[in-house]
Design a protein around this ligand. Structure first.
Ligand code: MD3
Ligand code: FE
Length: 196
């Protein structure tokens, strides 16, 4: 809880505004059906997660602009170094943008080639009701609120747990002028090269 103080949150929100200007938000769609997500996304880093009619995958370029994703900001890499307890840097930073009414259904993060590194997430803006279960679909779940400045580290057995966002708590934060929530999810996608 509250790993980032208010001024760090404000600075990060401003940095993300600049990144989103270079790598515009897009609305992912479900594979096969083409049903749109209620969350808008973009990515930072060497690899970005995308979903379209052909499937889910990581790719080095923005699907609309064809440009490489902007770099992961130093302040975000610093959070990873503080909390990940993992020697190699993240390769992917998915930026999820929620407006009131947006949600994310229960899923596993399993599109990566490598699961030994944790996934870290940073929350900004309105509080979200986050749901987490075990490694099997259909098991018991519980909810947890994620507030602006909170950082969640999912490592070890939790790395493959089912999770999602039920809803936002509208008006719960003044960080973002238009309300809503931004979540950054930091991941290793590939196995890191052995270090000396
Ligand atoms: C638990 N994002 O992008 S972040 C996602 O708030 C995603 O936007 C949510 O789930 C969001 O895939 C939740 C917290 C999170 C991230 C990764 C996890 C929880 C996790 C990986 C494994 C288990
Ligand atoms: Fe996820």
């Amino acid at each position: 809880p509250q790993l980032l103080d208010r001024s760090q949150q404000e600075e990060l929100a401003e940095t993300l505004r600049q990144a989103v200007a270079a790598a515009p938000l897009f609305i992912p769609v479900m594979p096969r059906t083409g049903r749109p997500f209620s969350v808008r996304m973009t990515n930072l880093g060497q690899l970005g997660w995308v979903s379209d009619r052909s499937g889910y995958r990581y790719q080095p370029r923005h699907p609309d602009t064809g440009q490489p994703w902007p770099p992961i900001p130093e302040a975000v890499l610093e959070v990873w170094r503080r909390v990940a307890a993992y020697p190699a840097p993240p390769e992917a930073c998915l930026v999820n943008v929620y407006r009131e009414g947006a949600r994310m259904g229960l899923h596993q993060d399993a599109d990566e080639e490598y699961f030994a590194a944790p996934v870290d997430s940073i929350s900004l803006g309105d509080t979200a009701v986050f749901r987490i279960g075990g490694q099997l679909r259909g098991g018991p779940t519980r909810t947890l609120k994620l507030s602006s400045g909170d950082v969640l580290v999912m490592g070890g057995a939790a790395r493959l747990s089912y999770h999602g966002i039920d809803r936002l708590v509208p008006g719960s934060s003044t960080l973002l002028r238009d309300g809503g929530r931004i979540n950054l999810t930091l991941r290793r996608v590939t196995r890191p090269a052995p270090s000396p």
